[in-house]
Write a protein that binds this ligand. Structure first.
Ligand SMILES: Cc1cc2nc3c(=O)[nH]c(=O)nc-3n(C[C@H](O)[C@H](O)[C@H](O)COP(=O)(O)OP(=O)(O)OC[C@H]3O[C@@H](n4cnc5c(N)ncnc54)[C@H](O)[C@@H]3O)c2cc1C
Length: 455
């Protein structure tokens, strides 16, 4: 039996350990809790949900539902554990967090070829191939080790994410393409103007809006980081007009005068299906973000692919460091003496519970294929996981964590609003079904046991 090491008994690490074990690997799974805690986990339970107890929607017309459907087709263990721990909450997959963790822990302990070590791992060095799934709150010692090997500019400690909007939901009759001072060969920015009345209302709403509670360990970092827009609004009515909403260099409005205030949107991906709100990092609650940002005329029907957030988050610069199978590239200086390494979970920049499970499945699958057959097998870009991988590992100078959303799927033409999700969703499901069918002859694709055998 080939021996492998998995660092982190969270969502990604547990899924990965189970996927590797059921394909015949001897897995050493390392979880540092309860001896060494993170600032957000509560106790020593494996696969702990650190905040909300929801894996979000189940319907295939929602991005999260589509991703879960894909994970189901791929045989995710943790998705089954979540289904078995479900509590009533409409169309969402919401769970009793303790029942969920207990069920995952039972699976891990029942697997004959997983050894659970309650120890902290402090280095990437090992004689065994390794999968790193130490999460957004990876221990300091391990973080420093990754830091020193991969370079300080490639590991971030803090997220300040602005909302991301689906391009085709922007009302271009109230927006225009132009770069500030018309610099550059192509007009890359979408500008969304506000008149004085709308701006004043916008600022007033921001000032009184509800923010997400900060965890004690985040307070210091937030104030050292860039300011959230609601905090800028509280500092003065004009602050935003002289900051991210400044109208200078953008020509004149329809009335022949300078625009009063402008929000700029910048492309988030090469396909230009997603745009982020430049300088709009925020801690506002999601519902509040939607309510306030849709006051902007061009954004009145905006579909938010992700909302803004600011929290402690350790993630590597995946586009520079990982291949499309989540393996650490082999040509990086400083990594010569390391074993083959894969990364999974939030540390790759894949944001969200379901995404953590998905990357755990995916990294483990590719690790298994590579170690057994020397052939990694990426998922097609048309699938949910394939499109997320493409985003995580494609060149991106301003890389930030991303959840799965419809804007990542390849858009082959313009879609009518009503048909878009159905067409992209059907294409994604067909792509993954075809991909699964193409592997029926490989023994290693067939797990030797399943969730039901073990629970
Ligand atoms: C404060 C906070 C709140 C969040 N809330 C949500 C939310 O509500 N919904 C959502 O979808 N996403 C949320 N996320 C984002 C993300 O989905 C979760 O963090 C998710 O748990 C990530 O899964 P993971 O497997 O990558 O990491 P984790 O689930 O954190 O697992 C990593 C594990 O590695 C262990 N570990 C760390 N270092 C070492 C080491 N050196 N040796 C051994 N073990 C180690 C940790 O103890 C932990 O158990 C939140 C993130 C944070 C930081």
């Amino acid at each position: 039996m080939q021996r492998v090491r998995v660092i982190g008994g969270g969502l990604a690490g547990c899924e990965a350990a189970l996927q590797l074990a059921c394909r015949g690997f001897q897995v050493d799974l390392f979880e540092m809790r309860p001896h060494r805690q993170t600032p957000a986990h509560r106790d020593g339970k494996l696969a702990q949900l650190v905040c909300s107890n929801s894996f979000k929607g189940l319907e295939k017309t929602s991005a999260h539902g589509l991703l879960k459907n894909e994970l189901k087709l791929l045989g995710s263990f943790l998705l089954k554990a979540a289904e078995s721990a479900r509590v009533p909450a409409g169309e969402s997959l919401t769970v009793d967090r303790d029942v969920f963790s207990d069920s995952v822990e039972r699976l891990i302990l029942a697997a004959p070829n997983i050894t659970l070590h309650r120890d902290e791992v402090t280095t990437l060095e090992s004689e065994f191939p390794t999968l790193v799934a130490a999460g957004p709150l990876a221990s300091e010692a391990l973080t420093n080790d990754i830091f020193s090997r991969l370079g300080s500019e490639r590991l971030h400690f803090f997220d300040a994410i602005a909302p991301v909007i689906e391009a085709d939901s922007i009302d271009m009759s109230h927006a225009f393409f132009r770069n500030r001072w018309e610099k550059g060969e192509t007009a890359d920015f979408i500008n969304c103007p506000l008149d004085k009345e709308t701006y004043d209302l916008f600022v007033a709403k921001l000032r009184e809006a509800d923010s997400v509670e900060l965890k004690p360990f985040e307070k210091k970092e937030l104030f050292e980081g860039c300011l959230p827009v609601e905090e800028m609004a509280r500092r003065g009515t004009e602050t935003l007009r002289f900051g991210p909403m400044r109208p200078v260099g953008l020509g004149l409005g329809n009335n022949g005068k300078k625009w009063y205030a402008v929000i700029q949107l910048r492309a988030e991906n090469k396909q230009k299906t997603l745009f982020n709100m430049v300088g709009f990092q925020t801690r506002l609650k999601w519902g509040v973000q939607k309510e306030i940002f849709t006051l902007v005329p061009a954004l009145k029907n905006a579909v938010f692919a992700r909302f803004g957030c600011m929290h402690r988050n350790t993630f590597i610069e995946s586009p520079k460091l990982l291949t499309d199978t989540l393996r650490l590239r082999g040509d990086l200086p400083g990594t010569e003496h390391l074993p083959p390494i894969w990364f999974a979970g939030q540390i790759t920049g894949a944001e969200g519970y379901t995404e953590a499970i998905a990357t755990g499945w995916y990294a483990a699958w590719n690790m298994a294929q590579t170690l057994l057959h020397s052939t990694p097998t990426p998922l097609p870009e048309a699938s949910c996981i394939g499109s997320l991988m493409k985003h995580l590992t494609s060149e991106n100078e301003d890389f930030q964590p991303m959840n799965f959303n419809f804007g990542l799927l390849p858009h082959n033409r313009e879609y009518k609003k009503k048909e878009k999700k159905t067409i992209l969703g059907t294409d994604a499901e067909n792509a993954v079904r075809r991909w699964i069918a193409s592997f029926t002859n490989l023994d290693s694709t067939k797990p030797s046991w399943s969730f039901e055998d073990r629970i």
